[in-house]
Design a protein around this ligand. Structure first.
Ligand code: FES
Length: 97
């Protein structure tokens, strides 16, 4: 499948105070109303890995598949596609042991 060359990420909505979300120790800029998954995808951040170490990524963006699951502010298996950003939010994509 060839990517559409006209595709561009949606411009951020004007207004609101920008926030910072920390993903695996990396601070990422975000706009109020963004979901954590959207911020991570725009930044090229990685999501969880499967048992064999293969990368996973959001699939449905509707809250049904859990492919975007991460630990958000200490809560495991949070669906990042449904989670709006907040200032100072921390996200861990590595599975806890
Ligand atoms: S992308 Fe499917 S639940 Fe988030």
């Amino acid at each position: 499948m060839t990517p559409d060359p006209a595709w561009r990420p949606t411009r951020r909505r004007p207004g609101g105070t920008p926030v910072t979300v920390v993903v695996d120790g990396r601070p990422l800029p975000a706009a109020p109303g963004d979901t954590v998954a959207a911020v991570m995808m725009l930044a090229g951040a990685s999501f969880r890995r499967d048992r064999d170490g293969g990368p996973r990524a959001p699939l449905c963006n509707l809250g049904a598949c859990f492919e975007c699951a991460a630990t958000v502010d200490g809560r495991p298996l949070t669906r990042t596609c449904l989670t709006p950003v907040r200032e100072g939010m921390t996200v861990e994509t590595r599975e806890r042991r």
